[in-house]
Unconditional design. Structure first.
Length: 139
């Protein structure tokens, strides 16, 4: 069984999320989606998610093409969730912060060697969820 992992906040699921997760699933046999912890969302995005980690986890798990959804590590960059599943590939969204070469180096140092794939944008001309939420918050 070739496991693929996809990571994200998944606050207010939209077509871009669906596209990203379906593309991730196509990289292997089983898709494990890692939903960001509330405190990590705050740290990364500088704002709280509009829904709790528990609600976001349940929403992602309800997607028929997601084989398993789990909460991310409590402490970022510890790679515990990756070590638990040993994925053959990790899918990153087009707007996720990680730069592939340094991420690959960190994972290799932890004894992990998944393929890292950047999934392109669902629609290059539309705003990302983060941009839309920031735009709405300014009004």
């Amino acid at each position: 069984m070739r496991i693929v992992m996809a990571f994200g906040t998944f606050d207010c699921i939209h077509p871009g999320h669906i596209y990203y997760l379906k593309k991730a699933k196509s990289l292997g046999d089983e898709l494990v989606v890692v939903v960001a912890r509330d405190r990590n969302v705050q740290s990364i995005k500088g704002r709280k998610a509009s829904t709790s980690e528990k609600d976001r986890l349940e929403t992602v798990q309800s997607l028929r093409f997601v084989d398993k959804a789990v909460l991310g590590d409590r402490e970022m960059r510890k790679w515990g969730v990756i070590k638990r599943f040993h994925p053959v590939a990790i899918a990153l969204g087009y707007d996720q912060w990680a730069s592939i070469p340094p991420l690959r180096e960190e994972l290799e140092a932890a004894g992990l060697r998944p393929r890292i794939v950047r999934i392109g944008s669902y629609n290059e001309h539309k705003n990302s969820a983060s941009k839309l939420l920031k735009k709405h918050a300014k009004k």
